[in-house]
Design a protein around this ligand. Structure first.
Ligand SMILES: Cc1ncc(C[n+]2csc(CCOP(=O)(O)OP(=O)(O)O)c2C)c(N)n1
Ligand SMILES: [Mg+2]
Length: 417
């Protein structure tokens, strides 16, 4: 039986199974912490800490603990057993695969288009198909919407003000991706706190990389979420690199997951290359988070197969060998193997899907490329409810400039109003 293991320091545990596992973890031969030993009767207890006295002078380190386990469903066996309460219909299983393939094909086409100078920048998701763009695709963002954003044309909801891949959708409750690392974490906790106060029974899911977890904002966010008991699921994508910095140089502890219990946050480490494990853990995390009104941390272990972005050449800091090892263990390959093993997929369906998605992407791509850019005035309008004087002044001087030098600008490519 596969169990959901969320760890949290302190007395409240999710279920008996989890309690047993946590006790085993803390009482294991390599773990020097013993739980269940009471403080001497009569001794006052320290505020917020439940522990026992020891006469042994011992400094503890990472080596004193077992590394947190990695939850997975798709193991290498031919007969994968899904947890009893997994319950997904066939269409949903297939929809998951279709979305992953769509993202993958979109990545290939947009990456190449950046190389041809047709868009300014791109970041692929290979090996991390469950990350932000995948979530947005799953929620119903259309291929057209993605293309319009990457081109920053007048149909882009952010009106060309963001770099490509900084998607957002008010309609789908997806806060626009921002480049400055980790700013989203405290903001997400603030939103979760507002949700808590509104008693709507909803939660926030916040994605970030292991590199982003080194920012001070991450620590502030974890601590606020834990102490204010905010309904938020933190999903840390530990893909081994923060651009060129390997995670080995980013932290010395047991990854990001080990920080969870230290903050008093329910935590689970998941195999990020296993889409079913990610789905099951995220669903359970959401239930736990809403049921108890508390934060949950998921560390998704993965590997960034692509370069960090089109501004990066990762072969300058990692070996081709290393990349090749992971190429055979991607979420898509592992999931396809599973679908085939249960008779839900075959080579013919694969080819049909590839052809159909490729056509849709190319069509949306060609359309987005031809659309006009937003009117340059959008740089100034639609920011403040009432335009402040200094912004109006800048807009007027830009207008004078464009009028005087119009022949030097490709104004025909921009909307006029
Ligand atoms: C505050 C800040 N510092 C530096 C950068 C430059 N930068 C952009 S992405 C990145 C690495 C992020 O790594 P990680 O959080 O692991 O996410 P990944 O790209 O691996 O998904 C860095 C350093 C930035 N955008 N913001
Ligand atoms: Mg990373």
């Amino acid at each position: 039986m596969i169990e959901k293991v969320f760890l949290r320091c302190g007395k409240h545990m999710y279920s008996r199974n989890v309690l047993q596992q946590v006790q085993q973890f803390y009482n294991s031969p390599t773990t020097n912490i013993k739980i269940g030993t009471s403080i001497n009767a009569g001794d006052p207890s320290f505020l917020g800490i439940q522990t026992s006295f020891s006469s042994e002078l011992k400094f503890i380190n990472k080596e004193c603990y077992d590394s947190l386990p990695l939850f997975r469903i798709l193991d290498s066996s031919k007969h994968v057993r899904l947890p009893e309460d997994f319950k997904l219909d066939e269409q949903t299983f297939i929809r998951m695969y279709r979305k992953m393939i769509t993202l993958n094909i979109m990545d290939k086409i947009l990456y190449e288009s950046q190389r041809q100078g047709r868009i300014s920048f791109y970041m692929t998701n290979t090996g991390e198909e469950y990350r932000e763009a995948g979530v947005l695709l799953w929620r119903g963002h259309s291929i057209r919407d993605f293309m319009n954003q990457c081109y920053g044309n007048h149909k882009d909801t952010s009106k060309g003000r963001q770099m490509p891949v900084h998607y957002g959708s008010k309609k789908l409750n997806f806060v626009t991706i921002s480049s400055p690392l980790t700013t989203q974490l405290p903001q997400a906790v603030g939103t979760a706190y507002a949700f808590k106060r509104s008693r709507k029974g909803v939660c926030v899911v916040c994605y970030f990389g292991e590199g982003a977890a080194s920012e001070g904002d991450a620590h502030a966010a974890f601590n606020f979420a834990a102490t204010l008991e905010c309904p938020i699921v933190f999903v840390c994508r530990n893909n081994g690199y923060a651009i060129s910095t390997p995670s080995l140089e980013q932290f010395k502890g047991d990854g990001i997951a080990a920080r969870g219990p230290a903050y008093g946050i329910y935590t689970i480490r998941v195999d990020g290359n296993d889409i079913l494990a990610m789905y099951y853990a995220t669903r359970a995390a959401r239930e736990l988070c809403i049921m108890e009104g508390k934060p949950v941390l998921i560390e998704a272990m993965s590997y960034r197969i692509g370069h960090h972005s089109t501004s990066d050449d990762s072969t300058a800091y990692r070996s081709i060998n290393e990349i090749d090892q992971w190429k055979h263990h991607t979420p898509i390959i592992r999931y396809r193997d599973y679908l085939e093993s249960v008779g839900l997929w075959c080579e013919q369906r694969e080819q049909e899907l590839n052809k159909c998605v490729k056509n849709s992407v190319l069509l949306a791509f060609a359309k987005a490329e031809k659309e006009l850019k937003p009117c340059w005035k959008e740089l100034f309008t639609d920011i403040y409810h009432t335009m402040p004087k200094h912004i109006r002044k800048q807009m007027c001087s830009m207008e004078d400039h464009v009028t005087e030098f119009h022949k030097y600008y490709p104004l025909h490519l921009f909307k006029q109003t």
